[in-house]
Design a protein around this ligand. Structure first.
Ligand SMILES: [Zn+2]
Ligand SMILES: [Zn+2]
Length: 248
């Protein structure tokens, strides 16, 4: 199986990643990828900061960046932080301009409130029209009810992510494999799309996803629901999502 896109990578701008956009694109081109998402972190809110992440304006000037470089389709976006209560830390003005938005729970910006409240927050995120992808929703440190979340994603078209970083750093997230298997089974049942993200913070990791590939096989997951198998499928899907709020 050929994977044509990586939907989750970071650059220098994130504050704890180490390459430029050009270096990341070059790595993607060398590895034969046709699409690359650059999804830098957002900065959090007072008391819940993602230190070193850029200001809102960074995410509002992507118009200056060509969307095809070295033959790779570039998707300029953000990995926004999910905040307690189910809001995110990027302005609506910026959110509207992103090619791709991942929303993720990070321990710096979100306090675990238990299964019920976490689920309530996640359901609000799924309903947020600007959020395309739920990033690494695979950590038992912030438990959530996958049945409710995936059922809601089936209504909104929100994509669930398989994150390769969850395996790269075993201390980072708890029970990631079991949780991924749980939501993959539900995504299969409800026809909800998934995406693989390398979550590269360094250039060598772009396009790397062997654990997630193995998980898809183990779950016998239908490939037509995997967004990375075709750059065209991914780009068209995201464009169709944007069209929904651009009309409103
Ligand atoms: Zn993340
Ligand atoms: Zn990330």
């Amino acid at each position: 199986m050929q994977y044509e896109a990586d939907t989750h990578t970071h650059t220098l701008a994130s504050g704890h990643a180490y390459n430029t956009i050009m270096e990341m694109v070059h790595a993607a081109a060398v590895k034969g990828l046709k699409a690359l998402a650059i999804t830098d972190h957002t900065k959090g809110v007072p008391g819940h900061e993602m230190n070193g992440a850029p200001e809102d304006i960074y995410f509002r000037n992507f118009v200056v960046i060509p969307r095809i470089i070295e033959g790779v389709h570039l998707l300029m976006g953000a990995e926004v932080n999910i905040l307690n209560g189910g809001t995110v830390d990027l302005s609506e003005r910026a959110l509207r301009q992103q090619d791709i938005v991942i929303a993720s729970i990070h321990r710096q910006c979100y306090d675990n409130e238990g299964l019920e409240e976490n689920t309530r927050a996640m359901l609000k995120i799924v309903e947020n029209p600007y959020v395309d992808i739920l990033g690494h929703p695979d950590d038992s440190n912030t438990p959530m009810d996958y049945e409710q979340i995936v059922a809601k994603a089936a209504e909104t078209g929100t994509i669930l992510e398989l994150n390769e970083n969850s395996y790269r750093d075993p201390g980072l997230r708890k029970n990631c494999k079991e949780n991924q298997m749980t939501y993959l089974a539900l995504c299969k049942k409800w026809g909800v799309p998934v995406t693989i993200g390398s979550d590269a913070h360094f250039v060598d990791v772009v396009g790397q996803h062997e654990h997630n590939e193995a998980i898809l096989k183990e779950a016998d997951f239908p490939m037509e629901l995997v967004m990375n198998t075709s750059a065209e499928k991914l780009i068209n899907y995201l464009k169709a999502r944007k069209a929904r709020f651009q009309q409103s």
